[in-house]
Write a protein that binds this ligand. Structure first.
Ligand SMILES: Cc1cc2nc3c(=O)[nH]c(=O)nc-3n(C[C@H](O)[C@H](O)[C@H](O)COP(=O)(O)OP(=O)(O)OC[C@H]3O[C@@H](n4cnc5c(N)ncnc54)[C@H](O)[C@@H]3O)c2cc1C
Length: 306
């Protein structure tokens, strides 16, 4: 069984930064990623708010971030983490391929989509998608629906409104929760209709999505559509922590100032932790903070063993 001081799970902006800082501090670690390194960035059409770099595709930004670890000879290894359990040395990290023993774990696995609507799972890839910036161009001049809240749904709506014939934005909010400038930009689009207090109950169709049924304060309605982007069911990708008694708040890891959870040695960074703003810049900041927390924890562990 492999043994190490730190296992970093996830190679999005948070995991990449944690790996960069830990490597520079000479701390031994293993870095696991179940998909392509880069995380959510790989599917973002444009990131215009990352300081120091002009606006570019998320894919290009991911390559830039990854260059910093590659330059130090560090790359994530493939591994889909299935569970993290307590072990003698600290933790046992079980992937689809191996078990690793580690004194600490940094969970940087971001968010994943959990189907919550009747029909969502069945129609995924057949008119249900989680990325408007990726799949929007396939629905040029058609009708589309975004179900969500906050700036994430607004940004996707602004992008889609320029492509589709008609866009419905359905939100469970009583008053839409989002940045004023994005709301203003959206109000200028004459092909967008907003429904508040809305809950989608069912997705209907034959081979592909053709209709959704939703409820609002006025009753039950249906809307015909070619595509639905349900952005409301995003949850932290943390199912593999279920055997640990980790404190969560609405699915997000509760952490202290050093980004350590209530389980000593288990840290979180990036979108997975409870915080106000989920962005590349904040994920990168977490990656730096978590590495210093991990180093302090390992140093304290060494002292208690002397
Ligand atoms: C459509 C969209 C547009 C966005 N636009 C912007 C923007 O313009 N500007 C901005 O700043 N932010 C934007 N964001 C937010 C930004 O992408 C995230 O805040 C950021 O990527 C979070 O980084 P992270 O490292 O925490 O997680 P992620 O980027 O989600 O990376 C997590 C990584 O962990 C891996 N992983 C998950 N589970 C496991 C497992 N069990 N085992 C191994 N690996 C695992 C995943 O494969 C993934 O690579 C956008 C997000 C979306 C979805």
């Amino acid at each position: 069984m492999k043994q190490t001081e730190v296992v970093i799970i996830g190679a999005g902006p948070a995991g990449i930064t944690a790996a960069l800082y830990l490597k520079r501090a000479n701390v031994p670690f293993l870095w696991l990623e179940k998909g392509a390194p880069g995380g959510k960035l790989l599917n973002i059409a444009e990131v215009g708010n990352y300081p120091g770099l002009p606006s570019r595709s998320g894919f290009e930004l991911a390559l830039e971030l990854l260059k910093s670890t590659e330059g130090l000879g560090v790359k994530p290894q493939r591994g889909d983490v299935k569970s993290v359990e307590k072990g003698e040395a600290g933790f046992l990290v079980k992937t689809d391929q191996e078990t690793i023993e580690s004194k600490t774990v940094v969970v940087a696995t971001g968010l994943s989509n959990v189907p919550t609507i009747k029909g969502e799972k069945e129609f995924f890839g057949k008119g249900v998608s989680y990325c408007a910036t990726c799949d929007g161009p396939l629905y040029r001049n058609k009708t589309a629906i975004i179900y969500g809240t906050g700036d994430r749904a607004l940004e996707e709506a602004l992008y889609l409104a320029n492509l589709v014939g008609k866009l419905y934005l359905l939100s469970p909010d009583k008053e839409y929760q989002g940045s004023a400038h994005l709301l203003e930009n959206l109000s200028e689009k004459n092909n967008v209709e907003l429904f508040l207090n809305a809950t989608i109950k069912e997705i209907k169709g034959d081979m592909r999505v053709s209709e959704i049924v939703f409820e609002d304060l006025e009753g039950t309605h249906s809307l015909e559509t070619s595509i639905l982007f349900p952005l409301y069911g995003e949850k932290s990708a943390s199912g593999f922590l279920s055997s640990l008694n980790v404190e969560m708040d609405r699915g997000f890891l509760v952490v202290d100032d050093s980004l350590m959870s209530n389980v000593p040695g288990l840290f979180g960074a990036g979108d997975i932790v409870k915080k106000k703003l989920r962005q590349v810049a904040t994920a990168v900041g977490d990656g730096a903070t978590v590495s210093s927390g991990v180093i302090a924890y390992l140093n304290a562990l060494k002292k208690t063993k002397k």
